[in-house]
Design a protein around this ligand. Structure first.
Ligand code: PAF
Length: 284
C-alpha cells in the first residue's frame, strides 16, 4: 500500500494509473476508520481498479471548535485497516498542504439543499465539506467516489455539486453499516460512555417506532414527530438537535406523510453528536 502526504507524489501516482487505463475509486474520510468505512473500500474495490482513501480531519467543516479538538485520531490503526482491506493508496495530508494561505478564499454552497437538517444547525458545515471534497476530487481524479448514506445530506449536497459543476465522476452512495442493536456506525461512537451507548440505542428503536406508527395509520407529521420526540427524551443525557421529515431528493420539509419521506435526526448524547436517517415509504 502506498501512503503519501505530498500532493505532487499523489498526482504522479494517479497520472501513472490513468496512463495505464485504470479506473480509480475514492473514499474521502476523516480517519478513525470502522466497518462502515471498510464497506466503502469493499464497494470501491468491486467497482474500480485502484482504491484510494484520504484521511484528513478537515478543520473548515467544524462549526464548533471543541468538536474539532475532540475528533478522534487513530492514524496507525487506520493505516493497518486500510492495508488489510487492500487499499492501494492512502492520502494523508496535513492542514498546510490542503490549505496553503490564500487571500481569496472560495465558498461553495447549495443553499436549497443546506437550509434544513445539519445545514440549519451546523452553519458553515457544508461549505467546509464542499471545499475539501472538491479539492480532493481534483487531486485524486476519481472515476467513482463512495460516500456513506448515514451522512445523507452530505451525499445529496456532494451529488448536486458534481452534477451542477460537471465534475467528471460518479458518486456512489453506500448503505449505512449498523451495530447489532441497529446503531449506525460512526467514528464518534467510541466517545460514548457505557450509559450513553445505551441511550444511543434509542435511535434505531425510534426508527422502528416511526415505521410502526405509520403502518398503524398515523399521517400527521406533527403528531408523529411528537411521539418520536417523547420516545427519544426518555433517554438519559439526550438532547435533540433536530428531528425532521423531508423529501429525500430536494430535502425540503414535507407537509404531508405521502410518497417517500426521509426521517432524519441529530441528537447529542452527553457531548457526542450522532446523526442517522431512514427513507420510509408511506403506504397509500
Ligand atoms: O464524511 C466525512 O467524513 C467528511 O465529511 C468528508 C467527506 C471526509 C469530508 O471531510
Amino acid at each position: 500500500m502506498i501512503v503519501v502526504s505530498d500532493i505532487i507524489e499523489l498526482k504522479n501516482q494517479i497520472t501513472s494509473w490513468k496512463r495505464d487505463g485504470l479506473s480509480i475509486g475514492f473514499s474521502p474520510t476523516m480517519g478513525s476508520l470502522h466497518a462502515g468505512h471498510m464497506d466503502l473500500v469493499e464497494t470501491s474495490k468491486k467497482q474500480t481498479d485502484k482504491t484510494v482513501v484520504s484521511i484528513f480531519v478537515n478543520p473548515t467543516q467544524f462549526n464548533d471548535p471543541k468538536d474539532f479538538e475532540n475528533y478522534p485520531i487513530n492514524t496507525n490503526t487506520d493505516l493497518k485497516l486500510c492495508e488489510e482491506k487492500g487499499v492501494d493508496l492512502v492520502f494523508l495530508p496535513d492542514v498546510k498542504t490542503m490549505y496553503p494561505e490564500t487571500k481569496t478564499p472560495i465558498l461553495l454552497s447549495i443553499p436549497e439543499l443546506q437550509k434544513n437538517l445539519c445545514g440549519r444547525t451546523r452553519p458553515g458545515h457544508f461549505e467546509g465539506v464542499l471545499q475539501i471534497v472538491s479539492k480532493l476530487f481534483h487531486l485524486t481524479e476519481p472515476t467513482k467516489a463512495f460516500f456513506g448514506l448515514k451522512d445523507y445530506q452530505q451525499f445529496r449536497v456532494i451529488s448536486a455539486m458534481v452534477e451542477n459543476l460537471n465534475f467528471p465522476l460518479e458518486i456512489v452512495g453506500v448503505p449505512t453499516k449498523r451495530e447489532s442493536d441497529g446503531l449506525a456506525m460512526s467514528s464518534r461512537n467510541v466517545r460514548l460512555s457505557e450509559k450513553h451507548r445505551e441511550t444511543a440505542s434509542l435511535i434505531p428503536r425510534m426508527f422502528a417506532l416511526a415505521k410502526k406508527t405509520i403502518l398503524g395509520g398515523e399521517r400527521d407529521i406533527h403528531l408523529l414527530k411528537e411521539i418520536l420526540r417523547d420516545f427519544l427524551l426518555t433517554g438519559v443525557s439526550l438532547r435533540i438537535d433536530y428531528l425532521e421529515v423531508v423529501d429525500p431528493i430536494d430535502l425540503q420539509s414535507k407537509e404531508k406523510l405521502s410518497g417517500e419521506v426521509l426521517l432524519a435526526l441529530a441528537v447529542f448524547v452527553g457531548e457526542v453528536r450522532l446523526i442517522d436517517n431512514q427513507i420510509i415509504p408511506i403506504p397509500n
